[in-house]
Design a protein. Structure first.
Length: 570
């Protein structure tokens, strides 16, 4: 397949917002792709070079792309900057300059060249990256040049995700979405749509679905839901295990003797660099290979008491980890085991998995298996919740005793009871929202360059939209304003992202790409004629930034509607 064929497809996708039509276009593309190129084709469609859990990034800023365009077309960089200012899109600038010819470059050739650019580092790497992009641009037709520029800048803005790719693979295979559930099951243990597409293309769904957890490939985590009361929990779940809920970072630990220990967040980011302590885990388990689910909790170095999530998240810095390890020591609270010595344990009941877990970890201070009680008595849940709150924790998490480990929020398997002092409001829980844009600061906020931000929830329905629920501009500290401004200015885009639904009266001064997730508390959820979710958060306030969550982990519209119903029934 030529890259021009892919570019023509990208152009079609850019012009449609209907999910069924997007799925059809993708399915046709996949049918025409060779088995040796479909994996790379899928990555390029998503504007990346590898699955989310592999840290392969372009590190190409606008300044470098301007120089690459200038070099490719022998133009003065000033002219390129001037046209960029006029058009607002460097892809369109490259399209204007590119010569009209029939480009023969293949998808595999362009992918391999982009990968080489992304992996180039060290002295002189910026110059080599610029020249590498310029060389590719010089060989491409105008439409291909437009999309080649947008891919490394992260500006495809096509409005679809891995879920749409899964739909398209089903249509490719069977002509409809009837194989979607089978492919979704594979995705839970192989959350890499590139490799998934290759497996389906080569083997078909039936053979491809025989896939087990693998060291170094994160499993999509099970996520907790909400219920109104312990009584309702027992009614829906029967016998449950009640455990403490820690204010830490969810970490999936992959251990294999002779290999470097790997660690992944709930949104599949590889954070192995954050935790040099993990190399010690081999001392405390006799397993040859194992995958644990855990919470990394920061500790005060003097008192050894647990610190809050924001302190723990300082470990995300890629530099000076050794010093931070001393400043913010950690403990890993391990609460589940998914894989051991080649055996998939996800289909065992929760209590069976816990039995195995307790035999796998020797008693130590660094890796601790948290305590739990098994009950069918609502009063014991309530008492345990109050006890954990009094210890400075977030309350309890309640797990169905006979439940399998099934990724995502399906069924009543895990349910949280949560109450954080600074997040306390009339709502049953906080809401994780996507920041969509911001307004220019006024008065004393001029110095921050931001006055308030627009936030929304995800509606994963037919066309996968992000819909507004609130504007937040009060209750932030100066430090939070500075942090927010720093993050959002880096993500500012000239046009409203395709997946946003915003009433014209609520449009911000600046749009941002959907990458920042914030945890908000509020007094209540109300009906709203202006917010496109149909609901609004009343008296919202920022609890914290959720750097461990991606847009896919944000609160869904369905979950917000459930919160609204819980509130109405209380």
């Amino acid at each position: 397949m030529t890259f021009k064929t892919l570019a023509i497809c990208l152009e079609k996708l850019e012009k449609t917002s209907a999910r069924n039509e997007i799925t059809r276009i993708l399915a046709e593309l996949f049918k025409g792709a060779d088995k040796n190129e479909i994996e790379k084709t899928v990555y390029l469609l998503l504007g990346r070079l590898a699955p989310a859990y592999e840290n392969v990034v372009f590190n190409l800023a606008d300044r470098m792309m301007i120089l690459a365009i200038a070099e490719a077309y022998k133009k003065d960089p000033k002219m390129v900057r001037s046209l960029y200012k006029e058009k607002g899109d460097l892809g369109n600038v490259a399209q204007t300059f590119a010569r009209r010819h029939d480009s023969k470059a293949t998808v595999n050739e362009i992918y391999d060249s982009l990968r080489k650019v992304a992996e180039d580092e060290g002295g002189g790497s910026q110059e080599r990256k610029i020249s590498g992009i310029a060389k590719m641009l010089a060989e491409l037709d105008p439409l291909s040049a437009k999309f080649l520029v947008r891919i490394p800048l992260g500006r495809l803005r096509l409005g679809f995700s891995d879920k749409t790719i899964i739909d398209a693979l089903s249509v490719m295979e069977s002509g409809d979405k009837s194989r979607k559930k089978e492919i979704e099951e594979m995705y839970k243990v192989l959350p890499d749509v590139g490799k998934l597409a290759a497996r389906v293309k080569v083997n078909g769904v039936k053979k491809a679905e025989k896939y087990s957890p693998t060291f170094g490939v994160p499993i999509l985590p099970i996520l907790a839901q909400r219920l109104k009361s312990p009584t309702e929990m027992i009614k829906k779940m029967g016998e449950v295990a009640v455990e403490p809920k820690f204010d830490g970072l969810r970490v999936q630990i992959h251990f294999k003797r002779g290999e470097k220990v790997r660690a992944f967040t709930r949104n599949l980011n590889d954070v192995s660099h954050m935790f040099p302590e993990l190399e010690e885990i081999g001392k405390y388990t006799e397993a040859k290979s194992v995958i644990f689910d855990s919470e990394a909790v920061g500790l005060d170095p003097k008192t050894k008491k647990m610190v809050d999530f924001q302190h723990t998240m300082q470990r995300r810095r890629k530099h000076d980890i050794k010093r931070l390890s001393g400043d913010i020591p950690l403990r890993f609270q391990i609460f589940d085991v998914l894989f051991e010595n080649g055996n998939n344990l996800m289909n065992l009941t929760y209590l069976k998995r816990r039995e195995k877990l307790e035999k796998l970890i020797k008693k130590n201070l660094l890796f601790q298996v948290d305590e739990y009680v098994v009950t069918d008595d609502p009063k014991i849940i309530e008492d345990k919740h109050k006890e954990e709150l009094s210890q400075g924790l977030e309350g309890v998490i309640v797990k169905k005793a006979d439940s399998k480990y099934i990724s995502g929020r399906t069924g009543w398997r895990w349910v949280k009871m949560k109450e954080i002092e600074e997040a306390r409001g009339k709502l049953a829980d906080t809401v994780d929202c996507v920041v969509m844009g911001y307004t220019q600061g006024k008065g004393k906020r001029v110095k921050f360059g931001i006055g308030q931000f627009l936030a929304g929830v995800v509606d994963p329905g037919k066309n996968q939209k992000i819909k507004t629920v609130t504007k937040v501009g009060t209750g932030l500290t100066d430090e939070q304003f500075r942090e927010l401004a720093k993050r959002l200015k880096r993500l500012t885009v000239k046009e409203k992202p395709k997946e946003y639904e915003v009433h014209k009266d609520l449009e911000p001064d600046f749009w941002t790409s959907p990458e920042v997730v914030v945890e908000l508390a509020a007094d209540e959820v109300t009906k709203s004629p202006k917010h496109t979710a149909g609901l609004a958060l009343r008296f919202p306030r920022l609890v914290r930034f959720r750097g461990d969550k991606s847009v896919g982990d944000a609160t869904s519209l369905k979950e917000l509607e459930s919160l609204y119903k819980l509130q109405k029934n209380s």
